[in-house]
Design a protein around this ligand. Structure first.
Ligand code: NAD
Ligand code: ISE
Length: 336
């Protein structure tokens, strides 16, 4: 059986996912595409999924009876409306992160999914499928370094466009750490605090860069993460777990170690597309497989909601300088 997919949003990651789902992975085909930019979307169809229908209005794509499942790769602010429409029609959804840019919208999605009585939504937190993070989790779960006490992390992008501003470091960038670190240590968050260090000259008036976020988990684990989105030198993701009896680091991406010209050198990647290429493949193949079985195995709408609440708390903490409590309420039995 083949899953017939409609994709909403044909930008940077939409194009990549269309290619995966139509030409690379097993059990899926892209039958419809929607975007507010018609010409660019039609070019994507011609290049990557010829024959797929184009819809100017995403609602029409969701309603198309030929479309079994929806992939949402439009910008974050446009996610909630289409996810809610798909849930209403009981269609499975893979929604790129963030599930919503405001926790109140993410909560509406959770409530709608629970009311429908069936899990339908997976959120695109692909780091849970990254071989390095999977190894780190195995190491923690097998108690190889004792109980985690502290995590030191960094999320560095070479640069961001000027449209990237205000609270995007939390909702667009740090949202990955919010999800993957909670999954890694298996502990919810109690509070967040944001520190604004000396600013890089490479930022602009509407963006504070770098930022430092400190999370305290319910059991008391300390997690500090540097968010630095104009670091210039590379796309660099770091994570070190300090346990009671040892330390484990997220592996560096595989890269040649070269001795030449009196130098010992190795390349640093510049793009998230390259850094996480394998994780996106594994993530979407797993989503296709589980969707065909009528299941959701990956990060749920509740995970998306938890991340949105934490990102909102970071946004507040940045402005007030306070330690802000994370208040999500109990995980509903539906998601346990
Ligand atoms: P992008 O700006 O490159 O592309 C967005 C596309 O959506 C554009 O083609 C735009 O015309 C279209 N669009 C805008 N509003 C729309 C609407 N209302 N309905 C339909 N289409 C609309 O953005 P991107 O980098 O591809 O990011 C898209 C989403 O994917 C974001 O949520 C982003 O956070 C996420 N993303 C995830 C990762 C990851 O590592 N998991 C990486 C990059 C982006
Ligand atoms: C982008 O949307 C991603 O999800 C990347 O993984 C992240 O590193 C980047 O900061 C975001 O803008």
């Amino acid at each position: 059986m083949v899953l017939k997919i409609g994709v909403i949003g044909t930008g940077a990651i939409g194009r990549e996912h269309i290619n995966r789902l139509h030409n690379k992975l097993v059990g899926s085909t892209v039958v419809a595409v929607s975007d507010i930019a018609k010409d660019a979307a039609e070019k994507v169809i011609a290049d990557r999924c010829p024959g797929a229908k184009f819809y100017a209005d995403a609602s029409d794509l969701i309603k198309d009876p030929e479309v079994d499942a929806i992939v949402v790769t439009s910008p974050g602010f446009a996610h909630a409306a289409v996810v809610l429409e798909a849930v209403k029609l009981k269609k499975p959804v893979f929604c790129e992160k963030p599930l919503a840019t405001e926790a109140s919208d993410a909560r509406k999605i959770v409530d709608a999914e629970i009311a429908g009585g069936k899990k339908l939504i997976q959120v695109g937190f692909m780091r849970r499928y990254d071989a390095g993070y999977v190894k780190l989790k195995e190491c923690i779960d097998k108690d190889e370094i004792g109980a985690p006490l502290m995590l030191h992390c960094a999320h560095r992008n070479p640069e961001v466009p000027t449209a990237y501003k205000e609270d995007m470091p939390f909702h667009d960038t740090f949202i990955h750490e919010i999800d993957v670190l909670r999954w890694l240590v298996g502990d919810d968050y109690e509070s967040v605090q944001v520190i604004v260090p000396k600013q890089t000259k490479n930022t602009h008036s509407e963006l504070q860069d770098p930022l430092m976020v400190i999370i305290r988990t319910v059991s008391g684990i300390h997690i500090d993460t540097e968010i630095f989105v104009n670091c210039k030198y590379g796309y660099d993701i770091q994570c070190q777990v300090v346990g009671e009896t040892g330390i484990a680091n997220l592996p560096e991406p595989m890269s040649l170690l070269k001795r030449s010209d009196a130098k010992l050198s190795t390349e640093i990647l510049m793009d998230w597309k390259d850094r996480f290429v394998d994780s996106y493949d594994v993530e979407l193949q797993d989503w296709v497989k589980s969707t065909l079985k009528g299941e959701v195995n990956g990060p749920t709408a509740w995970d998306g909601y938890f991340a949105a609440v934490t990102a909102d708390a970071c946004a507040k903490a940045r402005v007030t300088g306070d330690v802000i409590k994370i208040e999500t309420g109990e995980t509903p039995a539906f998601y346990k």
